[in-house]
Design a protein. Structure first.
Lengths: 292, 237, 339
């Protein structure tokens, strides 16, 4: 039993990483109805920016804030320059665009900061949390930030006019234009916010996985998985999905013989596909109704 | 009396297909005008062209300003509310959120709450259901919500696309009464596209008849209603 | 009045419709391409012949994806998994059972057809991003599965298997590379013709009906479930043959040759060639084989960025891929001949 509890705790700790990334995934899916394959790379780039700022002697929280602003602006810029022209292109063309963006960001980061692994600081410290060896104070802090972020997003979307407008633009673009919402800019705003949330995810994840241009590859896959599991239309679902994936992955590694570390990911993905086949909208998502 | 909306030689296209062939008409301020025509005559396309939701050429002027090249949202921001066919309800949001969305471009946020109450006055059933998801409303209720949402803009001109579609006759009568009241009391100019010609002609003071993308008849609603051809083609007696 | 929102009425579908007659090249163009493919190896070095063989092999794999996506509207980021299964089938049959390389290919195709058909079952319930994720998962899982200790006796584990390259038969005086090239060319042409005919057939019409409107297709009596799984099966089968050929050409199979990167490459090949346009497969294949090399050549450190920029240029300038170029070229040619 103790092994079980420990594995669940450890799963929640890693799940926090996935939850954070899944939030960014849901954010952009709400805005553009796509999974952005370059999201992890954008988050990695943001994290490097914050690292660079700290190298220049800027204190952690200032670097954090400046990075968020740069990431927000950068996300909007990428949308305006690269993806707005593709808005009417076939969906598969857009996917190719994400892959191109992935290659560019990854390569540029490697050129500027090279591929050596770098330490990344944490403001929460890394001592055991409440005497537990399984969760460090950093991981506890990460869970805390994720939950705060979730609450902030909820408040933003439920109680601000711009949040309402963004929801309207995402759910019914044509009707949204008919009440005077500039849907094109709502999409850009969605990119900006997703990029900023991705930056937060990267900054929180970097102390755990270390900073390097390929740090987000695996994380993004789990982020997608978590978001899809929880339901792509639900930020809460994304976070819950993130924790579930983390826990399941750990339990599978412990209890299913022959799984080990190598097969953790395929097993987690298999679970998700099973969930989707049974409940295609995800655990907390809204079913998609097709009109004929 | 000057015309509020002036349309000259409007031609609209869906891809290669031309749907409007040089349509011209105008609306007087404060009027309630109906645009009649059979299926596929171009009624909906006319409304969509005004809001620039379909590719078109020609001149559209609203209160002296040209609407050419303006995006849909900017046309709306000039005070033109469009209730689309199928109502365009934000089904996953609550009734109240739908109403707030109608007023999303207004800067006088203080008055919005008051306006929502006014809408509940016009349509009491919306008040009963104000926390409900709009998708759970009946067709008639959703149509009322669509009209209320459009009014939340405090529009100068309201365009309605077949508000009677799919509704029970009694509900349609109620809805049209309210439209008349809004037109008189709130001084909103209304252009309503209808297939239910009889009811529309009772309500309206001006009428246009459109056939295959052209205006073929225009005049006072009363005169049109008594016209022999119209009676045969659209009123069925 | 310029329209701000021209296409509001028609939502862009995931896959744009390609009319059937637009799926192939004209007879004249086909003969020119064919002649070039037959004659070119006589004048170039062995390494280039090898690259041309790979061009055909990836072309087949892209063609397979085109049948799936362009034909039935489904979407796969997991083609590398089918490719891997085909490659391993050929390699194991040749090395463990001493089977003739040519005979292993139909077996690889059949096994992959079955695998794809079975995988198509759960995929039936998924669409769009969900299907993308599911196929993606398959691609991610495949190298891990191939590394499992359980299969190590057959697969050679992480080390992989070395495959012997066949000599030209009947005492033909031809290098191994050149023989393999012509062997591949014959298979590729055969599969291409079969695919064109498949899409023109009754089944092809059913595929396209599903792609354009699934609900309407089922209302017309098309067995949507059967045809969607069949499309997966056919696509996987062709990919499997390509994988088998790939194993023979590269003389080596290992789990890490068949990662998600390969699946993404094949997907890009399809987009660049023009979704649903079968002749574009070879153009897409050329893109994924030569452009990364070119990018490397332009700047070593930034090869990824150069590749990305080139890809962006392609999708900005010709969002419908090589098909768009072909249509424009045809129109210009038409104007010239009229004069």
């Amino acid at each position: 039993m103790e092994l079980f509890t420990n594995q669940v705790l450890a799963g929640i700790a890693t799940g926090a990483i996935y939850a954070c990334m899944a939030l960014a995934v849901v954010m952009i899916f709400q805005a553009i109805d796509h999974l952005n394959f370059a999201q992890g790379e954008m988050a990695m780039f943001s994290t490097f920016i914050s690292w660079q700022l700290m190298q220049w002697g800027i204190p952690y929280w200032w670097a954090f804030l400046i990075t968020l602003i740069i990431s927000f602006a950068g996300g909007i810029l990428i949308e305006r320059l690269l993806f707005k022209p593709l808005a009417k292109a076939p969906i598969l063309t857009n996917v190719a665009g994400f892959i191109a963006l992935f290659a560019i960001v990854n390569s540029v980061a490697g050129l500027i900061w090279d591929f050596t692994i770098k330490q990344y600081p944490t403001p929460f410290g890394s001592s055991p949390f409440l005497g537990s060896q399984l969760i460090s104070t950093h991981q506890a802090g990460m869970i805390g930030v994720t939950v705060l972020l979730l609450i902030a997003l909820y408040l933003f979307f439920q109680f601000t006019r711009i949040g309402l407008a963004m929801r309207a633009a995402a759910s019914l673009p044509e009707s949204a234009r008919l009440v005077g919402i500039n849907t094109s800019w709502m999409i850009a705003l969605g990119w900006g916010m997703a990029s900023a949330i991705g930056a937060i995810a990267g900054i929180l994840i970097a102390p755990v996985v270390f900073l390097e241009p390929n740090m987000m590859g695996g994380v993004l896959i789990y982020g997608f998985a978590a978001a899809v599991l929880g339901g792509l239309s639900s930020p809460l679902g994304a976070v819950v999905g993130g924790f579930l994936v983390g826990v399941f992955e750990n339990l599978a590694g412990t209890y299913i013989p022959g799984v080990g570390n190598e097969l953790k990911l395929p097993i987690a993905l298999a679970l998700i596909i099973t969930v989707l086949v049974v409940k295609p909208a995800g655990l907390l998502g809204r079913p998609i109704v097709k009109r004929v | 009396m000057t015309a509020m909306l002036n349309i000259k030689d409007l031609r609209a296209y869906y891809g290669q297909v031309q749907a409007l062939h040089g349509l011209s008409f105008s609306l007087n301020e404060g009027s309630l005008t109906t645009l009649l025509g059979a299926n596929g005559a171009g009624k909906t396309t006319t409304l969509r062209a005004i809001c620039n939701m379909v590719r078109s050429t020609g001149a559209i002027e609203f209160e002296g300003k040209s609407l050419s090249g303006k995006s849909t949202e900017n046309v709306v921001r000039l005070g033109i509310a469009h209730v689309p066919q199928g109502r365009g309800t934000f089904t996953t949001m609550t009734v109240e959120e739908n109403l707030q969305l109608g007023a999303i471009t207004r800067s006088d946020s203080k008055n919005i709450a008051g306006d929502i109450e006014r809408m509940y006055g016009h349509f009491p059933v919306l008040k009963e259901r104000h926390t409900q998801q709009a998708g759970t409303l009946s067709g008639g209720e959703q149509q009322m919500l669509a009209v209320a949402r459009a009014l939340m803009l405090r529009p100068r001109l309201m365009l309605l696309d077949e508000p009677s579609f799919g509704l029970a006759p009694l509900i349609v009568r109620d809805l049209f009464k309210i439209l008349g009241k809004i037109n008189r009391e709130d001084k909103v100019t209304i252009l309503v596209v209808e297939q239910n010609a009889q009811l529309a002609l009772e309500l309206a003071d001006q009428a246009y008849v459109i056939e295959t993308g052209r205006i073929v008849m225009s005049g006072d609603a009363k005169d049109i209603a008594t016209n022999e051809d119209v009676r045969k083609s659209y009123l069925g007696y | 009045m310029s329209a701000a929102a021209e296409d509001v009425v028609t939502e862009a579908p995931a896959v744009e419709a390609v009319p059937k007659r637009a799926m192939t090249l004209g007879l004249g163009t086909s003969l020119v391409v064919l002649a070039a493919l037959v004659l070119a190896p006589l004048f170039v070095k062995n390494f280039i012949i090898f690259q041309m063989t790979m061009l055909l092999i990836y072309g087949l794999a892209v063609l397979a994806l085109n049948i799936l996506t362009g034909g039935s509207g489904q979407f796969s980021l997991g083609q590398s998994a089918f490719y891997a299964v085909g490659a391993y089938t050929s390699a194991i049959l040749m090395e463990h059972f001493g089977m003739n390389y040519a005979l292993t290919l139909p077996i690889a195709g059949i096994i992959c057809f079955g695998f794809g058909f079975v995988f198509g079952q759960p995929a039936l319930r998924l669409s769009g991003v969900y299907l993308a994720l599911a196929t993606f998962a398959l691609a991610v899982a495949m190298p891990q599965l191939l590394k499992l200790n359980f299969f190590e006796h057959w697969t050679g584990g992480v080390q992989g298997l070395v495959v012997t390259k066949p000599d030209a038969p009947f005492g033909l005086s031809m290098s191994q590379d050149m023989w393999l090239y012509y062997f591949t060319l014959v298979i590729a042409i055969g599969i291409y013709i079969a695919s064109v005919n498949l899409l023109k057939s009754r089944s092809g019409r059913a595929f396209m009906a599903i792609r354009d409107n699934e609900i309407a297709a089922s209302a017309m009596g098309v067995d949507v479930a059967l045809y969607k799984t069949l499309a997966f099966g056919v696509s996987a089968g062709i990919t499997g043959v390509a994988g088998g050929l790939g194993a023979i050409a590269v003389q080596f199979v290992a789990p890490d040759s068949y990662t998600i990167t390969l699946a993404i490459s094949l997907f890009l090949g399809m987009v660049v060639g023009g979704v649903g346009w079968l002749p574009g497969s070879i153009v897409g294949s050329a893109f994924i084989i030569f452009v990364p090399n070119m990018a490397e050549h332009i700047s070593k450190g930034l090869s990824g960025a150069v590749f990305g920029v080139l890809l962006f240029l392609v999708i900005f300038l010709v969002p419908h891929g090589a098909r768009q170029v072909a249509i424009v070229a045809q129109q210009m040619l038409g104007k010239l001949t009229k004069r």
